[in-house]
Design a protein. Structure first.
Length: 259
């Protein structure tokens, strides 16, 4: 089983890449089915982001694979590489990542996956955080553009404006150069602000846990190692004293009948 899953990484990571693959394929279909310049701009930006993520994923897999050749030729590494190229014809190869996630579910089972995600709560939270950021960036931009671009006195009128507004809002920077003027736009903006605070708050907590937890774990063995030899020597002395006391009692019992 280990050999079959040699190209697979952690359960949370594989699910994260699988969901991104589904979203990128959906975006690819929308680019062909919906002829809208603003939609094309947002989806093109998102697909460029996905290409960077998938290229990093390919490099991570080939560097950490037990056999780079086996991963590249046998476990669809070539498809991962081509799918990361920002060429529309190659993006459909991202479906091979879905095959990898399907294999994961089939081999370990849904129950094991659920327990693994709960056990690695910090890692799972990080992947959920990244997914939320990506979903908010894409759908927040599309939503705010849809309700604002035709409103009177609107200043969010292009896809570029919408993407910039979403990035600035989700990061809680808020320059104020772009802002919604409709009630629906303000509602969407408020949602983006709340999600942005939650995302960056969770990310800060994850970093704190990542950097501080190993130090606490390292201190415990040091203390045990220092106390271990002393406790062992003291225990041996107590046992030796007890043995000598019992030996003395046995000698007395042997001597008394003789007398």
């Amino acid at each position: 089983m280990t050999k079959e899953r040699s190209e697979l990484k952690s359960i949370g990571y594989e699910i994260f890449i699988g969901i991104l693959s589904i979203l990128s394929i959906v975006n690819l279909v929308l680019l062909y089915l919906v002829q809208d310049e603003s939609l094309d701009t947002v989806l093109t930006v998102m697909n460029a982001l996905f290409s960077v993520i998938f290229l990093a994923d390919f490099l991570y897999r080939i560097v950490t694979a037990p056999s780079a050749g086996a991963y590249f030729f046998k476990h669809f590494g070539w498809a991962d590489l081509l799918a990361s190229v920002p060429v529309a014809q190659f993006k459909i190869l991202r479906v091979f990542r879905l095959v990898r996630v399907y294999r994961l579910f089939r081999e370990v089972g849904s129950g094991t996956i659920g327990r693994a995600l709960i056990k690695d709560r910090a890692g799972s939270s990080l992947y959920v955080l990244l997914l939320m950021g990506i979903f908010v960036l894409e759908f927040g931009s599309l939503s705010i553009l849809r309700v604002e671009q035709n409103a009177p006195e609107a200043n969010i009128t292009t896809a570029s404006d919408a993407i910039w507004y979403t990035i600035v809002t989700i990061s809680t920077v808020g320059y104020g150069d772009q802002y919604p003027v409709t009630d629906a736009g303000r509602t969407i903006g408020a949602g983006i602000i709340v999600l942005g605070v939650g995302i960056f708050g969770t990310f800060t907590g994850y970093l704190a846990n990542f950097f501080l937890s190993p130090r606490k774990k390292e201190q415990a063995p040091t203390a045990s190692a220092a106390e271990g030899p002393a406790a062992t020597v003291e225990g041996l002395r107590l046992r030796l004293d007890a043995s000598e006391a019992k030996l003395s009692e046995i000698r007395k019992l042997l001597v008394e009948p003789t007398q």
